[in-house]
Write a protein that binds this ligand. Structure first.
Ligand SMILES: *Cc1c(COP(=O)(O)O)cnc(C)c1O
Length: 431
């Protein structure tokens, strides 16, 4: 359930008409709903009531400081995958001890940053990373609390680019190699082994792969304890899917029920790293129709939003529901159209043959379920500035990231000495 709905013929984000935000902020922009973020977080945490659980929101799904802070106020920790995300989480007010650092390639600088911040847990993905972490921790005279990410060799039955739990995926360490890494970790200075971590993928729409993976991990906890390790944390990752169009993923309650069953008696604190299920349907991408182009018997509706703003349709062939901001009449005819962006790539398409009511230039279209893996994946491709982000809270809204300016885009660049040697922003100032 989310808080984007038609009222009096106008799509509202909570109590604010989307068209009003568009008029003030300018399109395209991402619009997030506080009430939806809160609701999704509480549905997830309620599903784990009575379980010794910590919810570490996966920052990579939506890294806006305002979104992270909204969740931090509800008690969320953070799962981060880079030094940049770590700094975001801390800036937004997440306590360092509630931060988990995941990822297959943490650099020396990133590990140092996380050690300095005294984060709660490092999820180690290779023996080499463990050795480096030990060296850095020992040199700084601190102890890193470590879980090893085990690759359970389970197919998450999701899009291949977001499946992470098979042996052919780059993530985690397969058993029995993981067993050797634990043994090594127990002997290394600066390392305290605390748990096991697993994450098999994203947008998972059935419980079966989770159940299989978690069952294998619970079994591994027993074996590690038999080896003498004090395993007290079980990090079950994220991955629960959301409905984009016609998907029917399990509810958090069903997921929680399964987790209870599989982990019964394991005697560990459980850690969860949900991303998409918290923020996916809490955000939309609002754009304006530039042109409606009829050619070769097709209708192309060209928006001012593009694949640089929302990459998912191009990257994953993802289907997003798309609504006009003005509610179509109940008897409005519906025409199949291609809804496309202005970028010079044929893949810059949000939907093909999508039945929509007739549209004209300047109409607002709202692409749903854009709260996760939307703004965070955006780029400057085609010289396009990053879109703004807006957070609605009841009957008010504020810009939580303004539109990027051209000066900001050019400001990082410079002309080399042999071509004149100047900073791009200085030249613009002089022009
Ligand atoms: C991406 C990721 C998550 C979040 O996945 P969602 O599908 O958004 O819930 C959690 N943990 C790790 C390690 C990840 O890489």
């Amino acid at each position: 359930m989310d808080h984007f709905a038609y009222r009096d013929g106008e799509l509202h984000a909570e109590d604010v008409p989307v068209a009003r935000i568009a008029a003030e902020v300018g399109t395209p922009f991402f619009c997030y709903s506080t009430a939806t973020l809160r609701r999704h977080y509480s549905v997830f945490s309620d599903a784990l009531a009575g379980v010794d659980a910590t919810i570490c929101y996966a920052v990579k799904a939506n890294a806006n400081l305002a979104v992270i802070r909204t969740l931090a106020q509800l008690g969320a920790g953070a799962d981060v995958v880079s030094g940049g995300e770590l700094e975001r989480a801390l800036t937004a007010g997440i306590a360092p001890e509630h931060v988990v650092f995941s990822g297959v390639g943490k650099s020396r600088n990133e590990l140092t940053l996380a050690l300095d911040a005294r984060i709660g847990q490092f999820n180690i993905e290779s023996a080499e990373e463990l050795e480096l972490l030990s060296k850095l921790a020992a040199a700084a005279d601190v102890t890193a609390r470590v879980a090893v990410r085990v690759n359970p060799d389970v197919d998450a039955e999701t899009h291949k680019k977001i499946s992470t739990g098979r042996h052919k995926d780059k993530f985690g360490i397969p058993w029995p190699e993981a067993r050797d890494v634990y043994a090594r970790g127990a002997a290394l200075p600066g390392i305290e082994i605390i748990g096991v971590a697993v994450h098999i993928g994203s947008q998972i729409t059935t419980l079966k792969p989770f159940e299989t993976a978690f069952g294998r991990i619970v079994d591994i906890v027993g074996r590690l304890r038999a080896d003498g390790h004090d395993i007290r944390r079980l990090d079950l990752g994220g991955g629960l899917g959301v409905p984009y169009e016609s998907e029917t993923p399990p509810s958090p309650a069903e997921y929680g029920e399964m987790v209870r069953k599989v982990t019964l008696g394991v005697g560990c604190e459980l850690v969860f790293e949900p991303g998409r299920v918290i923020v996916g349907n809490a955000g939309v991408l609002v754009s304006r129709v530039l042109y409606v182009k009829n050619s070769a018997g097709r209708t192309f509706t060209v928006l001012d939003a593009a694949m640089n703003d929302l990459l998912r349709p191009s990257l994953y062939n993802a289907r997003h529901a798309i609504l006009p901001a003005r509610e179509p009449a109940a008897d409005a005819e519906s025409l199949p159209m291609d809804i496309v962006g202005p970028i010079c790539e044929s893949g810059d398409v949000f939907a093909r043959d999508r039945p929509m009511p007739p549209l004209v230039t300047d109409d607002l279209l709202v692409i749903r379920t854009a709260g996760a893996y939307g703004a965070v994946m955006s780029s400057n491709y085609n010289g396009r500035p990053l879109a703004a982000e807006v957070l609605v809270n009841g009957d008010v809204f504020e810009i939580v990231r303004r539109h990027q300016t051209t000066a900001e885009m050019l400001g990082l660049e410079r002309i080399p000495s042999w071509l004149g040697g100047f900073d791009a922003d200085r030249e613009r100032g002089a022009a």
